[in-house]
Design a protein around this ligand. Structure first.
Ligand code: PGA
Ligand code: ZN
Length: 430
């Protein structure tokens, strides 16, 4: 019997970075290899992503995951014990087959992903290889980071309508330099906010700055000012995650902070003006996940010059990505393993995107954990880009620190840089 045979699968209820319960899992192989994972959880979740199982009731305000944990023991462990951890597609297929629904809400996508990840990590441990190498081979590609500076939406109590204003260090020559620049811009932006009298010490869910600015454009302006104060004009650009599902109001988009609702055309026009006035190289979820008409219009306008990134739109799902590619919608895909439910599904979406000429951005969630496997996935899959939040809070720095470690210690490490952005985005960097 092979040493990579799965012999034991255990799960327990742990906490994510927001203090909400999440599923943790440990897997042991016959040869002694072990893997352990604690899964993340989103706040601005889309309607098409794999579904977490939560308990309801009184414990943890209904957000307990004891039923998902029980399903690991009663359903998922029996489905995979005896399988070869090295044959991950077969293990993940066995996990997916335990739920009749593709979104896995019966057994719990949080339970499924915990097992899928722990098996993946155990196989790497058994081989005594770093996970990135196990997934991708000997030449690690360090991703270009997209780093959260100012937060709004569901990540900052609705202080802004836009969910995230991020920076992309497009001129950096290494991952380490990219992180230093992002950190410098965060500090300079905090100073700029303090000078306006709106910058307190408030830190949002992903470690970004939370501030009661007058309107959404002021957030773009203050981060642009932060870039200038940091002396990084032209070398650091902006990215925006609108998370527009959260703004959907009937057929239009509502800016609560500004007291107005716009139809999709006027909304895309407004965003287009912001993109022209500030150095925006990437726009994520500019319109809602099922507003295909507006997605087509926004894509026709922006795809030639900017990265147009689908998060809730694609939900890390191969069928939705295929539809988008056929419709000429977006030119980049956000890849969140817990939207997909298994590591294999997420990996296939990366391959599918690459084949279609779409850029890929591996992403953490707003509720995340101290785990760093996401960094290894981005490197091993050669995704090109990664988004894990800001440069503060340990669940964020765990991923940055892992990438810094890989860059410093892997002999053939190469930094992806700005060439990986979708849509000749550098022309927008100005
Ligand atoms: P979420 O946010 O994890 O709350 O969904 C992240 C994102 O929208 O990219
Ligand atoms: Zn998003």
């Amino acid at each position: 019997m092979t040493s990579t045979r799965i012999t034991d699968v255990r799960a327990w209820e742990a906490l994510d970075s927001r203090g909400r319960p999440t599923v943790a899992c440990a897997v042991t192989l016959a040869g002694g290899g072990t893997g352990r994972a604690v899964v993340p959880s989103g706040a601005s979740t889309g309607g098409h992503e794999a579904v977490e199982l939560r308990d309801g009731g009184d414990r943890y305000q209904g957000k307990g995951v004891s039923r998902a944990v029980a399903n690991v023991g009663a359903v998922l462990a029996p489905a995979v014990v005896g399988h070869d951890a090295d044959d991950r597609p077969a293990v993940d297929a066995a996990l997916e087959a335990t739920d009749g629904d593709r979104l896995l809400g019966g057994v719990g996508a949080n339970a499924v992903l915990a097992v899928s990840l722990a098996v993946t990590l155990a196989a790497a441990d058994q081989a005594r290889e770093p996970l990135w190498r196990r997934l991708g081979g000997p030449e690690p590609l360090l991703p270009l980071p997209m780093v959260n500076i100012v937060s709004g939406g569901a990540h900052a109590g609705g202080l802004l309508d836009l969910q995230d204003i991020l920076v992309v260090p497009v001129g950096a020559g290494s991952f380490a330099e990219a992180i230093e620049w992002a950190s410098r811009v965060r500090a300079a932006t905090a100073d700029a906010l303090a000078q306006r009298g709106v910058g307190g010490p408030l830190v949002a869910d992903e470690g970004g700055l939370a501030a009661a600015l007058d309107d959404n454009e002021a957030a773009l302006a203050v981060v642009t000012e932060g870039i200038a104060r940091a002396g990084l004009d032209g070398r650091v650009a902006l990215a925006v995650d609108v998370a527009a599902n959260q703004l959907r109001d009937g057929a239009g988009y509502r800016l609560r902070r500004e007291g107005r609702t716009l139809d999709p055309t006027a909304w895309v026009d407004l965003l287009d003006g912001w993109c022209a006035r500030y150095p925006v190289v990437s726009v994520e979820d500019a319109v809602a996940e099922d507003d295909w008409t507006a997605w087509r219009a926004a894509s026709a306008r922006w795809c030639p010059t900017r990265q147009v990134l689908g998060d809730d739109l694609f939900a890390t799902d191969g069928d939705r990505l295929r539809r988008g590619v056929e419709a000429g919608v977006a030119n980049a895909v956000l890849v969140k393993p817990n939207q997909a439910g298994t590591v294999t599904r997420a990996e296939r979406v990366v391959a599918q995107a690459r084949a279609a000429g779409y850029a890929t951005v591996v992403s953490a969630r707003s509720g995340d954990t101290e785990d760093s496997w996401l960094a290894d996935l981005a490197v091993g899959w050669r995704a090109g880009q990664i988004k894990v939040g800001s440069t503060t809070r340990s669940e964020r720095t765990a991923k940055w620190n892992r990438l810094l470690e890989i860059e410093a210690t892997a002999p053939d490490a190469r930094f992806a840089g700005a060439a990986t952005l979708g849509g000749r985005a550098m022309t927008a960097a100005g």
